[in-house]
Design a binder for this molecule. Structure first.
Ligand code: PLP
Length: 422
């Protein structure tokens, strides 16, 4: 039996309606931007395998560093014990994160990174004896699939079955261009009506990923953060997708003048090689958990917290990310995207062309209302797969988020495929 047939006997895939989907493609090997299936077909990974891959597949330097660590120490309990890769990674992350970040708490994926952030923010106030438990988030937000992360995310098809069980969150509209003042006034109104009960504002800085690659400006986010700060509301930047160069700077928060109190990291942190997450916070937040009273401890941890192999993968990816070559690649991709947007501006069918750093997105205008289940989505996906390109539209939104090692020819090939579909 072929791999895809065996798969269909035993496996349940994420975000997949098995009854309506074809057999999955079995990938046997990866190299650079390409993936190869079991019949020898080649696919250009234009979505970085769900936004995680930074330096290409099976990168020799990454493999070497991970392998070395595996031969030295594969794992150790992280309560009462520590190790060099975890310490070095924390030191290096803090050296490039906004300067107010002071402590690193490890977990193992993006949803846990945001769960940790939300729990950290709420317990911060609890430890100080202040009752503040409400959370503010953006409409269209996506913060993960665990219950806390789902609660903070937009409500819709992903969360309908659980709506009774999710905690209440104040959702404010996204400050899209031209709508900034509306968001600001709604935030002010929600704060004044809340009677000082809001613990934190969680947001995806500059780009909302799963919500449809929606983009907004750093300037208005700075204004929102200023209002939060004036009202003692902690700012949680969910950089799970935007981190590690995606927006053209190491972190999207690097585009801001204000600094968030808590930052969530995952996806690109290991260059796309291993599941890993981190939540960082200020010295002030960390200090609120220090006490002779053990009840103020942060009672949170995962079996694989700070896994040394994952930390080594993150260190190796960090080495590659800060190299001049990688930084230049990021700028090269960003300016190609800008050219694509300029070239197709005013297009009859491609609407809302937009790019932030290495992320390019556009909506295809149709009579059908946009939704995640838009019928165009499957047609687009199949069209690109037939051309040997992996693009996974969000409804009628096509986006491109390539590994940074993609070259100009490969980029042009993807642009051409997008233009030819139209
Ligand atoms: C993907 C994502 C998450 C969830 O990460 P997982 O590793 O898939 O759990 C959280 N926040 C943002 C912004 C994301 O893009």
């Amino acid at each position: 039996m072929r791999l895809s047939e065996r798969d269909q006997q035993v496996i349940w895939h994420p975000y997949t309606q098995a009854q309506l989907s074809g057999a999955p493609i079995a990938i046997v090997r990866g190299e650079g931007v390409n993936l190869f299936d079991d019949t020898g077909n080649k696919y250009l990974d234009a979505v970085s395998s769900w936004w995680v891959n930074l330096h290409g597949h099976s990168h020799p330097y990454m493999s070497q560093k991970i392998s070395e660590q595996l031969h030295t120490l594969e794992h150790v309990i992280f309560a009462g014990f520590t190790h060099q890769p975890a310490i070095e990674l924390a030191e290096r992350l803090l050296s490039i994160l906004p300067s107010n970040q002071n402590r690193v708490f490890y977990s193992d994926n993006g949803s846990t990174a945001t769960e940790v952030a939300i729990k950290m923010a709420i317990q911060y106030w609890w430890n100080k004896g202040i009752t503040k438990t409400k959370i503010i988030a953006f409409e269209h937000a996506y913060h993960g699939d665990t219950f806390g992360a789902m609660s903070a995310s937009a409500r819709g098809s992903f969360t309908d079955a659980f709506s009774e069980l999710l905690f209440e969150v104040i959702h404010i509209p996204l400050p899209l261009k031209g709508h900034e003042n509306l968001t600001i006034s709604i935030l002010q109104k929600e704060i004044s009506e809340s009677g000082n009960t809001i613990a934190a504002f969680i947001f995806e800085p500059l780009v909302l990923g799963a919500g449809g690659m929606l983009m907004y400006e750093a300037e208005v986010l700075d204004q929102l953060l200023e209002i939060c700060s004036e009202n003692s509301i902690l700012a949680i930047a969910d950089e799970v997708m935007t981190g590690f160069g995606r927006t053209g700077k190491n972190f999207a928060c690097g585009h801001l003048t204000r600094k968030p109190d808590i930052i969530c990291l995952s996806k690109g942190i290991t260059g796309g090689t291993m599941a890993f997450g981190a939540t960082t916070c200020t010295a002030e937040i960390y200090a609120a958990f220090l006490s002779d009273d053990r009840s103020k401890t942060f009672f949170h941890g995962h079996s694989y917290t700070a896994n040394p192999v994952a930390c080594s993968a993150a260190l190796a990816s960090f080495d590659l990310l800060i190299k001049e070559e990688c930084q230049q690649n990021i700028q090269r991709i960003a300016s190609s995207h800008v050219d694509f947007v300029t070239r197709n501006q005013g297009h009859k069918i491609l609407k809302n062309l937009r790019s932030t750093g290495t992320i390019l997105a556009m909506d295809i205008e149709t009579v059908e209302q946009n939704s995640y289940f838009h019928s165009l989505s499957t047609r687009l996906y199949t069209y690109f797969i037939d051309q040997g390109i992996i693009l996974r539209p969000l409804g009628n939104t096509i986006y491109l988020m390539p590994p940074y090692c993609i070259n100009d020819q490969e980029l042009s090939r993807v642009y051409a495929a997008m233009e030819s579909f139209i």
